[in-house]
Ligand binder design. Structure first.
Ligand code: ZN
Ligand code: ZN
Length: 353
């Protein structure tokens, strides 16, 4: 991945093949684990065959049709889902971008609805954040501010649990060959998390400073979540340039906050049954390298907003207003401005004419 300043160039195709393999497994095996190649690159794995580069065809059935028929919805929800200037078209993939090397079909609203994924109900509607190991304040974003973003984003109660010891998880570890630093096998963490999901949890999301890898063939992964088992994990380790021995630019804490929130939302989005997005520029899009990852917005596109709205049933204008405040608190000004504009527009759309 390009974060490392060109480190390990030439491995990306193999990485992409592994990502595609995981993506394929998720589609065929009724979605066990959402393989987030978002940032994943792997060590050399000669047993993996490189897939022929995938040339995406024009989108079918098309980004707008993917939203579905909205005519029966209330005016404010229709306004929220209108494919207007608030939303950008998905960029045309090139080079080593995710969709060049991963033949992902995307997921229309209708496909999501037919998927029968979990939705919060009266019994399970709390999003839990669980720190695993120490989260040093000097190297991690404020967890309370991230929790505020998650609360605004999904409009569900968020509770931060007392930290668990990394040793208690009992996950497989290794020393990464590129970084020389210790890593933890993310699927082992997910297995442990499944045993500790609180009764009233919609989902249990772990956050850790431990660097993660999803499979022995991979170099690392930012995060990993399940579609159906309501657990996920994300690492903050690689958002800090110091991880790579590089100097921290003056605005590195803002970058740290933004990337942390991006992965957190993306992984929790998977736990609502959202596949990687191909329809629009969207937080749910896959990413193969840092530049592609950083180019994604932190908001969901209208297709994925409709899924979240159908699953949760929030007020679309209140959600944007809450997000504007939460993004400001976390110091993500562009998303705060976007959400603030949207809140005004959606409030106006809700007023009967
Ligand atoms: Zn993902
Ligand atoms: Zn989307």
């Amino acid at each position: 991945m390009t974060v490392a300043g060109g480190r390990a160039r030439g491995r990306r195709e193999v990485s992409a093949a592994a990502a595609a393999a995981i993506a394929l497994v998720t589609m065929v095996a009724a979605v066990l684990v959402a393989g987030c190649g978002d940032g994943g690159e792997q060590d050399l794995a000669p047993t993996l065959r490189v897939r022929r580069p995938f040339q995406p065809e024009p989108l079918k059935p098309g980004p707008v049709l993917a939203i579905g028929d909205v005519r029966a919805l209330s005016p404010d929800v229709q306004a929220a889902l209108a494919p207007g200037s608030d939303y950008q078209a998905a960029p045309t993939p090139h080079g080593n971008d995710w969709l060049i090397t991963n033949n992902e079909p995307g997921q229309t609203f209708a496909q999501w609805e037919r998927g029968g994924f979990h939705r919060p109900d009266d019994r399970r509607r709390v999003l839990y954040l669980l720190p695993i190991g120490e989260l040093p304040a000097a190297r991690t974003p404020p967890l309370e501010d991230l929790a505020a973003v998650v609360y605004a984003y999904f409009q569900l109660e968020v509770r931060v649990l007392p930290a668990a010891e990394l040793a208690a998880v009992g996950a497989t570890t290794r020393t990464n060959r590129s970084s020389g630093k210790p890593q933890v096998l993310a699927p082992d963490v997910l297995r442990w998390l499944k045993l500790h999901v609180p009764d009233d949890a919609y989902a249990l999301m772990a956050v850790t400073m431990a660097d993660l890898y999803p499979d022995p063939a991979w170099n690392f992964v930012y995060g990993l979540a399940t579609f159906s088992e309501r657990v996920g994990v994300q690492s903050f380790a690689r958002y800090d340039p110091d991880f790579y021995g590089e100097p921290r630019p003056p605005d590195w804490r803002r970058t740290l906050a933004r990337r942390s929130a991006q992965v957190l939302i993306h992984e929790i989005g998977h736990m609502f049954g959202l596949y990687h997005c191909i329809h629009w520029s969207c937080v749910m899009a896959g990413a193969n390298h840092q530049a592609e990852f950083d180019a994604h917005p932190l908001h969901v596109c209208p297709v994925d907003l409709r899924k979240l709205w159908a699953a949760i049933g929030f007020d679309v204008a209140s959600r944007e207003a809450a997000l504007a405040a939460a993004w400001t608190r976390l110091d993500v000004p562009d998303e705060a401005a976007w959400a603030s504009r949207r809140a005004e527009r959606l409030r106006a759309a809700a007023v009967p004419r």
